[in-house]
Write a protein that binds this ligand. Structure first.
Ligand SMILES: [Zn+2]
Ligand SMILES: [Zn+2]
Length: 360
């Protein structure tokens, strides 16, 4: 039983040596020491007149140790009192149990995607928080995940800026994600982005629908990347505004903030404006995977209509959307079926950023 709880490894804090094998000769051997925390005899290490007898054969009083560490705790009794040893035993056995629980949980490679938003460099992405977000359905495939961090020296809303970070993203994606997929096409990815919305749409587009990938978004309160909400919390509707006869299409997506159509017609020659709005507009417009999938269905219907009813091959998109919606728009884009998307971003007024689909 003690061997099972300790997984056959020395329970001395920091040792964790597997005791039934010799590394140098590669021979199996039993070098296990079953050590008493409170000695079996009152005169022994940490012994006690009454408790020694009571505890002598109790599992909770025994530790599996390598010979070296057994000698250590018995020779230096002052340094290794009962409480400290109990703590080591608990820590070791708890960790073993946690690890074993995870053996059959699928591994996912975290993609930590960072790029300053509107020239503001945010705090780094916490490695532990992203790892926790995967559990218990998935576990991290590697300790650090894949980091894609992109910055540009150009001014934020210039075309040089967007083409610079667009090129960097494509290059990093091929180098880091492409390599991973080449070595294992079944790799599961989990994406944690803190980046401008157009760039997140592009990242989704590079992943495409065929890759096994899911998206996480940062919540401030509580401080987590987990999808805490499990139910549907919002609904989405579509409006079609005819400005004049013609086939220039603009698409407004108002999930995190309302966008006045006037601001759109000031910038582009839109004849028809589609507006997708959330019933509840705000940073939490998409709070669950169900919300995300509801949004996706509405968005998909609009794309179909723009392509098939309006016969438009391209459309200007004005998004006020959360990270998860941005990623899905890119990931589920169907080249040749959906209109080409020109993405605009609001930074002291709308500016044209990246293009999705078409020949890019
Ligand atoms: Zn002993
Ligand atoms: Zn040891």
């Amino acid at each position: 039983m003690l061997c099972a709880n300790s997984a056959g490894r020395c329970e001395f804090d920091g040792c964790n040596k597997y005791i039934f094998y010799d590394n140098i000769t590669a021979k199996k051997l039993n070098a296990s020491n079953v050590a008493h925390i409170v000695a079996a005899s009152p005169d022994g290490p940490r012994g006690d007149k009454t408790r020694s007898y009571l505890l002598s054969d109790k599992l909770e009083n025994l530790m599996l140790l390598c010979p070296q560490h057994h000698k250590m705790i018995d020779d230096y009794v002052e340094d290794y009192p009962e409480e400290l040893l109990l703590e080591m035993k608990k820590k070791h056995e708890d960790s073993i149990r946690e690890m074993c629980d995870l053996i059959f949980v699928p591994k996912s490679e975290r993609v930590i995607f960072f790029s300053p938003i509107k020239n503001v460099s945010l705090t780094h992405i916490d490695n532990q928080l992203t790892a926790q977000a995967l559990l218990p359905q998935k576990r991290p495939a590697s300790t650090c995940g894949i980091n894609i961090s992109i910055e540009s020296a150009f001014d934020y809303n210039t075309s040089e800026y967007w083409s610079d970070i667009d090129n960097q993203l494509k290059r990093d994606f091929d180098r880091k994600i492409g390599n991973e997929l080449d070595s294992d096409p079944n790799t599961i990815f989990s994406v944690f982005p803190l980046a401008p919305i157009p760039l997140i749409i592009k990242l989704g587009y590079l992943f495409m629908d065929k890759t096994n990938v899911d998206i996480y978004q940062k919540k401030r309160v509580p401080d987590t990347w987990k999808w805490i909400e499990t139910r549907k919390t919002n609904s989405f509707s579509v409006n079609r505004i005819v400005v004049r006869a013609g086939s220039n299409i603009a698409l407004i997506i108002s999930l995190t903030a309302e966008i006045n159509p006037k601001r759109v017609t000031d910038i582009v020659d839109a004849d028809i404006i589609y507006i997708i709005s959330a019933e509840r507009i705000g940073v939490d417009a998409i709070s669950s995977i169900d919300d995300l999938s509801d949004f996706w269905h509405v968005y998909q219907t609009v794309c179909d209509e723009i392509k098939n009813k309006e016969c438009a091959v391209e459309t200007s998109v004005f998004p006020a959307i959360p990270v998860s919606a941005a990623f899905e728009i890119g990931r589920r884009y169907m080249p040749g079926i959906y209109p080409k998307l020109h993405i605009y971003d609001d930074y002291n007024g709308f500016c044209k950023t990246l293009t999705i689909g078409g020949d890019c």
